[in-house]
Structures are given as C-alpha cells and as structure tokens.
Design a protein around this ligand. Structure first.
Ligand code: SF4
Length: 295
C-alpha cells in the first residue's frame, strides 16, 4: 500500500490525480497479486450480500435466538409509511436499512463485516439508501466500498476496529468514519473533504464503550448501527458543506487509540460493565444462563 495514514492517502490521490477508490483498487490489486477486475468484482459480490441482508431484514422474521431482538427495522420502515419521521425520509430509511442488516447478523444470517459483524449495518444502510435516492449504479457503489476500505485500512493499522480492543468507538465509530468518508466521495467531494468527514465522524464516537448485554451482539449493538448510519450522513453533509475537522483526522485516529488503550477491560466486550451490568442487563444475563426464553 502506498499509504498508512489518511494524509498520505490524500497525498497519493493528489499526486496521481486519482480518487480514493482508484488508489485503493490499484494498491489492493498489487498487494493481493490479483487483477483490478478481480478485486472490483469481489467487492461487487459483497455488495450483493449487503443488499440481500437489507431485503431479508425488512421482510423476514429476524428474531434472534435469544429472543432479545428482531424486527425493529420493520417497525421503523412501517412507521415511515404512516408518519412523517422527525429525521426525514432519507435518513430514516438509512437507519431502517442499518437496523435490518444488524438484525440479520443477530439472527445468524449472512452479512459482510464492515469492518466487523457488530458494525455491519452502517455501510449498507448508508450506501443502499443513497443508491436508491441518487440513482447510482452498482459500479459507483463498489467504488464507495473501495473508498471505505481504504479508510478502514488506515484506522485498523493505526488504532483498532474491534470492540474487544478499543471499545465500540473502534467498531461502530470506525464504520461511521468509513461510511462518511466514502459517501463524500460518492457524492463528488474531494479526498480532502472525505478525510474531514472521517475526522468529524470519529470525534463524535470517541470514548464509546463496548458493553453488549449478555455478551451478545444485540443490545446496544443493533440500535447503534441505526444511529451510526444517520451520523455518517451528517458527517458527510458537514464535510461537503465545507466544515473542517480542525484536529486532523489522523490525529483523531490516534486519540481513538489512546482512549481505547486506556479503556478498562470491563468496557471492552467483556459484558462486565456498562449496559451489560445494569440491573436489567444482569437479569437478562441470568435468564440467558438459565436457558429461559426472553421476553
Ligand atoms: S457494543 Fe461492542 S459488540 Fe456491540 S457493536 Fe459495539 S463494539 Fe460491537
């Protein structure tokens, strides 16, 4: 790869006159030893799986094995048809789609980890709703996935992308940053604007702990994906409007690392703190251990 930081990524884009997606495609192809067409088609196949997951989450029973979660995407989708959503239709749709994919994950369906299974709803939520809204073809979206991959590559190499290592800021936060930066490029923004979107997005999730109730990737994970899709769109809009991340995005990534490293173990996917240890969280854990069907 010709870049290890977001700054280097924008420098390569500028010096070669390429988009983030084009840099990623070329570098990924070189690194894997596969032709660019192969890498592109692989991404296209991933996108199909994302679309299938959204469709499944909106139409099938997504009740999880624990019985704790399921069908919230359908609740939001149905609400949108009868009520004017406070968010507006488009953001609400992105939220519903993100919930759908996360619920498919929780009910053991097929998803693409972006960057992890816990945060798998955010990129599909933003991309699929945006594709429908702006009429983009799949090729355009695949470029977005490449841009998101480049951003995720930098975050993973300089910080973390897993809740067990750095808390939910690393998982859901990274996905929001990836989706935000990629959405900027998909909408015609510059690589610099995309990087500002990443920084703006990451700042908003710094310190977010990983506290899954019962140790299951359900509560609060699924709703955090719904919120994440909306936050990614907000960060992309701010960046496209000219809002800058005054603290450079690479420095924000470093802060994520610093905060994640300092985070107590109980807030890093152990279910020993946070929401998992509330009275209700403990009660749920007890019932799960007894093998009782949940509410
Ligand atoms: S709370 Fe933990 S398990 Fe759930 S999405 Fe966040 S990082 Fe993943």
């Amino acid at each position: 790869m010709r870049f290890r930081t977001l700054k280097q990524l924008t420098e390569v884009c500028a010096s070669e006159g390429l988009t983030i997606a084009e840099v990623m495609l070329a570098d990924q192809s070189q690194e894997s030893g596969k032709p660019p067409e192969y890498v592109f088609e692989k991404m296209r196949a991933y996108y199909q799986i994302m679309k299938e997951a959204v469709a499944k989450g909106l139409t099938e029973d997504t009740t999880s094995r624990s019985g704790l979660t399921g069908k919230d995407a359908q609740r939001v989708a149905s609400y949108m048809t009868t009520t004017e959503a406070s968010l507006g239709e488009e953001a609400c749709k992105a939220m519903a789609y993100a919930l759908a994919v996360s619920e498919v994950n929780a009910s053991m369906g097929r998803i693409i980890a972006t960057p992890t299974a816990g945060s798998c709803g955010i990129i599909p939520g933003v991309f699929i709703s945006s594709q429908q809204r702006f009429g983009w073809d799949d090729d355009h979206i695949v470029k977005g996935l490449l841009s998101a991959g480049a951003i995720g590559y930098v975050i993973a190499n300089n910080s973390f992308v897993s809740g067990a290592e750095g808390g939910c800021q690393a998982e859901v936060g990274s996905a929001i940053g990836m989706a935000a930066g990629a959405l900027v490029e998909l909408r015609g923004g510059t690589p610099e604007q995309a990087m500002h979107a990443v920084g703006l997005a990451l700042k908003n999730t710094l310190g977010l702990i990983c506290d899954p109730v019962g140790g299951l990737v359900e509560i609060p994970c699924i709703v955090r994906n719904g919120f994440g899709a909306v936050n990614a769109m907000a960060a992309a809009d701010m960046a496209l409007a000219g809002v800058r991340s005054v603290i450079p995005s690479d420095e924000v990534v470093q802060v994520m690392y610093e905060v994640g490293t300092a985070m107590p173990e109980k807030h890093r996917e152990t279910a020993k703190g946070g929401l998992a240890q509330t009275p209700t969280g403990q009660q749920i854990m007890k019932e799960l251990n007894l093998g009782k069907k949940q509410r």
